[in-house]
Design a protein around this ligand. Structure first.
Ligand SMILES: N[C@@H]1[C@@H](O)[C@H](O)[C@@H](COP(=O)(O)O)O[C@@H]1O
Length: 242
């Protein structure tokens, strides 16, 4: 694991955006695995700025997002499709038809998950996967569990994730209880992985991810086994990592 310590959130965002930008410049037709949550927003802002300055071209890029709430349509402003359009896709020249997010409205969860795995395979797999980190060590929506889920699947969100995500919804009752997410196997198949982490509230879990035992109870701990992982985290997030 390569670990970059930055002073704060803004520096973390810039460093992560540099890594993604160099991937796009060197491999203009690559497949980016993208993430939602508040942590990557600053990274996306930098990428938009560099695109607007003429330094980046996304016209041949394909993207596959990690996850989507089950039951929300892409028009719902809490869906991850909406988030991606709003925070990145609407501001760059990526072709919308080449941006993939699991279909939250597909009621047949097995079919939805199978279709998503097929899309990832069809586009040739993910070259660079961006990840945020949940407070309980989840990546995508792979919650602590008894084993590592391999492929895209439907999950019941844990109470702590529902609590963490309720800030985005008007009422707690509106927070979806289920989501479709790439599996740990899907994520681990990416050629490169980039994890962004910010804030003291993530310090304890980040230390477990980096130094703790590899266990499905801390889903991100499996990243210790991936050959090409870069963590970009600010000082606060790394404050409990030796
Ligand atoms: N499904 C997403 C994750 O992909 C994300 O990493 C996590 C952390 O979000 P934040 O960056 O807002 O702390 O939130 C959600 O649960």
């Amino acid at each position: 694991m390569k670990i970059y310590k930055t002073k704060n959130y803004d520096e973390m965002s810039k460093k992560a955006a540099h890594i993604i930008a160099s991937q796009v410049i060197l491999n203009p037709d690559c497949v980016l695995g993208l993430a939602t949550g508040s942590t990557p927003v600053g990274t996306y802002k930098n990428l938009i700025e560099w695109y607007q300055n003429g330094d980046l071209d996304f016209s041949q890029i394909t993207s596959c997002n990690l996850d989507e709430y089950r039951g929300l349509s892409g028009d719902n402003d809490q869906s991850y499709r909406y988030f991606m359009n709003h925070n990145l896709f609407d501001h760059i020249n990526i072709r919308k038809e080449c941006t993939y997010v699991p279909d939250g409205l597909d009621k047949d969860s097995d079919a939805a998950c199978k279709a998503y795995e097929e899309i990832i395979e069809k586009v040739g797999g993910i070259d660079l996967q961006l990840l945020g980190l949940g407070h309980n060590g989840h990546i995508g929506f792979n919650e602590p569990a008894d084993e590592f889920p391999k492929t895209t699947h439907c999950v019941d969100l844990t109470e702590s994730t529902i609590q963490a995500n309720k800030r985005f919804f008007e009422n707690e009752a509106d927070v979806p209880r289920q989501a479709y997410t790439m599996g740990i196997g899907t994520i681990m198949s990416a050629k490169k992985i980039l994890v962004v982490v910010s804030g003291e509230d993530k310090a304890e879990i980040l230390n477990k991810v980096i130094n703790g035992p590899i266990t499905p109870q801390v889903p991100a701990s499996i990243l210790q086994l991936h050959p090409d992982v870069t963590i970009v985290a600010d000082e606060a997030a790394l404050s409990k990592t030796k």
